[in-house]
Each structure stands twice: as C-alpha cells, then as structure tokens.
Design a protein around this ligand. Structure first.
Ligand code: NAP
Length: 492
C-alpha cells in the first residue's frame, strides 16, 4: 500500500479540501500522474460532499445518470435514468475503493483557515480552528459552491417553538406524520422533497416567492437488458452518454437567444396545464420571467403534489414568524408545527467570513472587494499555488458539473506540472481581469442577467458571479492547454 510521503503535518505536494466529486476527482488524477503525497481533509466522517450532506426525501440528481459520472469511470448498473442520492453516494464510495483513496483522507478535519507563507512558499492550512496545522505546497479547495445552507433572517423566527431545519440538514428523527408543516422555498431541493412529505403531513403549506420553470422528468428504471448491454458493449453506453450531453448542451443556445427556448417553455407550460386544473393555482405557478434565468428544474410529481387537498401554496410573502405560526403579508396566520427551509445556499457570499490569505498576507475579502472572481473559476491573482474547484463563474445551469470538474482537474494538473514540486504559480492580474471582463461581456443580454429574475448566479449588484456564460465545449477548449504566459511562475 502506498502511504503519503510527508508526515501528518506535511508539507504535502497538495492539500485537498473536501471529498466530493471535485476533491476526489483531483485526488484520482494526482494518483494517475504518479503523485501520492497529497492529503484530503474532510470535515465529516464520510466521503461524498453534496451527496452525503443532502439526504432529504426524494433527493436525486436532475442530470441523467449516464452523464452524471466521471468519463473515465462509467457505472454500468445505474438503476434509473435519474440517479437517486443513495446510488450516487455509493458510486462515490466505489471510486474511493477503486482508487485506494481512503489512506489519503483525514476525516473530522474541518479546514477553518489557510495562510500562504511567502518565505517557505507553502500553505499553512488550519484545521479545526487551528488545533492542527497541515502544510502543503499547493492548496485545492473542493468544498463545492453549494455548501453553506442559507436560512433567511425572517422577523420573529427565533421565537418559533416548533422544529426547524434546512433541506441540506434534514432531521430524519423528526417524524412529519400528521404534522402541520411549512416549506419555505420552491427551488431544486424543495420540489424534490415536497411530493414525498406531502403524503405524510396533515397539512403542508408551501411558501413560494418565485415560481420555478419545471420540465417533465422522463425518469424510469433502467432495465436489466440495458445494464447487460452497457456491460457487454460499452460503446452503447458511451453513445447514450454523448447523446444526453449534446441534448443538455443545446440549452446553452437558448440562454443566449431565449426565443430558442420556446419549445422547452411550451413543454413546461403544457405539463402545468395538464397537471393543474385549478386556474388560480396554475396562475400562481406560472413563471413571469424567461426560462433559464434561474436553474430550470425537472419534475413530474411536484405539481400533482400541490393539488392534494392537504397542500396549500401561498404566494403572499412572509411578514413574520410567531411562536407556532407564520403570518403572511395579507395578515393570514398559518399554524405550523415545523418549518423546513428549502432556501438554498450562500454562493456569491460564501467566502465572506473565510480566513484565507495569499501573498503578502492579502486577504481573500480584499482581493474580492469588487466581487468574487478567478481565472477560469480556478486560479486567483495574489494567491500562489491555490486552486478553486468549481470556483466563481464555473457553475452550469444546463449540463453536468462533472464535465467542468474534469476540465478543471486537468487544468490544475498542468499548473502543478509547471512547479516541479517546489515552484510557485500565480495567475497574472491582467489575465484574470481580462477573463472576468469577457465573462461579464458574455453575460450581458444573457438570460441569467436579462431574463427578469434574480438568482444565486448573481451577486447583490446583479453581476453574474456563478454561471459559466458560454458552452461547456468553450470551457473545455479554454482549459485544455494551459498558457504559461498567463502566469507568474517562480521555480525552486
Ligand atoms: P435554490 O434553487 O436556490 O432555491 C431556493 C428557494 O428558496 C427559491 O425558491 C427561493 O426563492 C427561496 N427563498 C430563498 N430565500 C427566501 C426567502 N427569504 N423567503 C422566501 N423564499 C426564499 O436552492 P436549492 O433548491 O437548495 O437548490 C440549490 C442548487 O442546488 C440548485 O440550483 C442546484 O444547482 C442544486 N441542486 C441540484 C439538484 C440536482 O438535482 N442536480 C437538486 C437540488 C439542488 P426565489 O426563487 O424567489 O429566490
């Protein structure tokens, strides 16, 4: 068995944060390239990232399973067209086994800060509040962009005496049977768990601020015959995967030219009309902004759940929370035993409190005072040998994030190769600025910015800080071959 070359405190060639798809993807690539002295710091006691954290009822991926895997590690036996959380988590655990990654992972190690030391050219990574320090010549942050639950600061929330929890911190010990439950939010997570809990609760009140666009979800079991075929003729699975990729990718044309989304929005409206007969309910559920402005969702059982007699959709807006109720702006008091927040995550402000300092003690908040940005979503000017995985403007609303992760991992490996183990690589300010100007130019007029909605893609000034503004092919082309002139590289 290969063991890390460094001692427990390092210095490692790379310190990786997180055991989700991005952290593990980088770890696998490092191993394949012959680098074994890396450590992966994981705050929890299990691998899996978002697929470990999110265990809410009905949790699944809305990208099809045949595309939602690493290109180099296809899973032949997906049981459904759209993978469920437990199956994705199993897939991640299988990867850890297959690539013998467990020896590199330190569980219960929450990274609470990171400081670049100019003299030694290494990163001091603070673990569990500085209780321990791990050193690395490079630091790769694979925490994921959707990681810190966001709970709105509703007036009176502290006075509520019932149970409250966020979708990413589901309380499985709390039995919802026969309870009056409020769900706040109608995003990707909420529309998955609402149909599941609607059957159990005595009354479910859904507080919607903005109706999402929802396409039908063509989910079904993958038959044993298909699974056998994938095993025996891998090319068939590959062709299937490529076809799904191209179908997903076609949405990007519509993001730039919303008229092209007419067919998709027509399909969404047809599903709504078919599943919701009540005119008033249908009106409340009809989006008044361009499809794609927020992430387009897929579900075939969300609308039917809202038509159940024990489910109410309220759109009045929340005025305050009381001891045992939520009062809406029309003055109505909704009595509830529990409040579930399906209110998403901190994205553009995720680093607001992070303790990360780069060259000359530069604080990340100072570097990002005009908004979060990184060259290609990966490298940050002023922060040598620091790599973000799924950093600013590398998120997608239309295709598999694993595609982006693979491209970023290839890019990081090229950076590391430039270092010969001891050097420093930092993206040039001018390069990062030029890239960011391009991102904002491409975002102008695009559906996220001009589509008539707000979303977690945008910061408080309405600037796109999260979404990749072009095709994934474009991303692949830009990251395929690193241009050394984009970086200041110091050897030795
Ligand atoms: P989300 O999509 O950001 O949705 C948050 C919801 O909460 C929105 O409906 C939002 O309303 C509402 N909300 C936020 N603050 C509120 C407030 N103060 N009062 C009332 N409503 C409020 O969050 P999410 O559903 O957790 O999903 C986050 C992301 O995770 C997704 O976009 C997706 O990328 C990912 N995800 C993916 C899958 C998948 O299948 N691949 C599944 C789940 C999640 P507004 O729209 O008005 O802001």
């Amino acid at each position: 068995m290969l063991t890390p070359a460094a001692g427990p405190g390092g210095p490692f060639t790379v310190v990786i944060v997180g055991t989700g798809f991005s952290g593990l993807g980088l770890a696998i690539a490092l191993k394949k390239s012959g680098t074994h002295d890396f450590v992966i710091l994981e705050k929890a006691d299990e691998v899996g990232g978002t697929w470990r954290e999110n265990t809410y009822p009905g949790c699944a991926c809305d990208i099809m399973s045949l595309l939602y895997s690493y290109s180099f590690a296809p899973k032949r036996d997906w049981s459904r067209m759209f993978p469920r959380q437990s199956e994705i988590l199993d897939y991640i655990k299988e990867l850890v086994e297959e690539y013998d990654l467990a020896q590199h992972i330190r569980f219960g190690a929450e990274v609470t800060g990171a400081e670049y030391e100019d003299d030694s050219g290494t990163w001091r990574v603070l673990v569990n509040g500085g209780e321990e320090v791990v050193r690395g010549r490079a630091l790769a942050a694979g925490m994921g962009p959707l990681h810190q639950p966001s709970v709105p600061d509703l007036p009176g929330l502290a006075s509520f005496t019932g149970r409250t929890f966020h979708s990413a911190e589901w309380d499985h010990d709390y039995d919802l049977s026969g309870k009056r439950v409020a769900v706040i939010g109608t995003g990707a997570s909420a529309i998955q768990f609402i149909p599941r809990i609607a059957e159990r609760t005595s009354k479910l009140t859904v507080f919607q601020r903005t109706p999402p666009w929802i396409l039908p979800k063509p989910d079904r079991r993958i038959t044993r015959t298909e699974q056998r075929l994938f095993r025996r003729v891998p090319g068939v699975q590959r062709a299937y995967r490529d076809a799904i990729y191209l179908m997903q990718e076609s949405f990007v044309l519509g993001f730039k030219n919303p008229r092209l989304l007419k067919i998709a929005s027509g399909l969404a409206k047809a599903q709504l009309a078919h599943q919701v007969r009540d005119k008033e309910l249908r009106r409340k559920l009809t989006p008044d902004y361009t499809m794609g402005c927020k992430r387009t969702l897929v579900s075939s059982d969300y609308y039917p759940a809202l038509t159940r007699p024990n489910v109410e959709l309220t759109t009045e807006g929340i005025a305050e929370v009381r001891e045992r109720s939520i009062v809406t702006r029309d003055g109505r008091e909704h009595e509830v035993d529990a409040i579930i927040f399906g209110t998403g995550f901190h994205v553009t402000d995720a680093f607001a409190d992070a303790h990360i300092t780069g060259r000359g003690g530069l604080r990340i908040q100072e570097a990002w005072k005009d908004g979060i940005q990184a060259h290609l979503g990966v490298t940050v000017a002023g922060f040598p040998n620091f790599f973000l995985l799924l950093g600013p403007n590398s998120g997608l609303g239309h295709n598999s994030m694993i595609f982006i992760i693979e491209a970023q991992v290839r890019y990081v490996l090229q950076c590391l190769r430039m270092l010969d183990g001891t050097g420093r690589i930092t993206v040039r300010d001018t390069v990062q600025d030029r890239f960011n100007a391009w991102v904002q130019r491409k975002s102008e007029g695009a559906v996220w910015v001009a589509g008539g909605c707000t979303s977690w893609y945008l910061d408080e000034n309405g600037v796109n800080r999260a979404a990749w503004p072009a095709s994934t092919v474009n991303y692949w082309l830009r990251t395929r071959r690193l241009d050394p002139d984009d970086f200041e590289i110091v050897h030795g």
